[in-house]
Design a protein around this ligand. Structure first.
Ligand code: FES
Length: 124
């Protein structure tokens, strides 16, 4: 029921961990299952995302979607990353079972929260 891509990203998740001198950190939780996702991002010249890492207390689908999401936003500007939707991540993974779609929302929200955090810090 899971695609090869989902299994690959679940078994070999990319960009796991936390960036020490992160430009922004976002932590979000899913009310349905209680899982938690944290994204840390490093922003460089031209507001490009130079590095991104995630940590999660989440299910396999949350691990796979976050892993794919980090790959999709690395090297992009924060404006481009803000436009990344959970459906684009699910599409890149070639689908998720319907009852697992909410897990992909965690990844999208955590990225947005990390960017918001960066923007807040910048205007201080
Ligand atoms: Fe909680 Fe997937 S069941 S994130």
């Amino acid at each position: 029921m899971y695609t090869e891509k989902v299994l690959d990203h679940f078994q070999n998740p990319r960009n796991v961990g936390e960036i020490e001198d992160a430009s922004g950190i976002g932590t979000v939780g899913n009310a349905k299952c209680g899982d938690i996702m944290q994204m840390s991002i490093k922003i460089g010249e031209g507001e490009v995302i130079e590095d991104v890492k995630f940590k999660t207390f989440g299910c396999g689908a949350a691990v796979a979607t976050s892993s794919m999401a980090t790959e999709l936003i690395k090297g992009k500007t924060i404006d481009e990353a803000m436009r990344l939707t959970n459906s684009a991540v699910v599409e890149a993974l070639e689908g998720l079972p319907p009852q697992k779609i909410h897990c992909s929302v965690l990844a999208e929200e955590a990225i947005k929260a990390a960017i918001e955090d960066y923007r807040k810090k910048k205007t201080k």
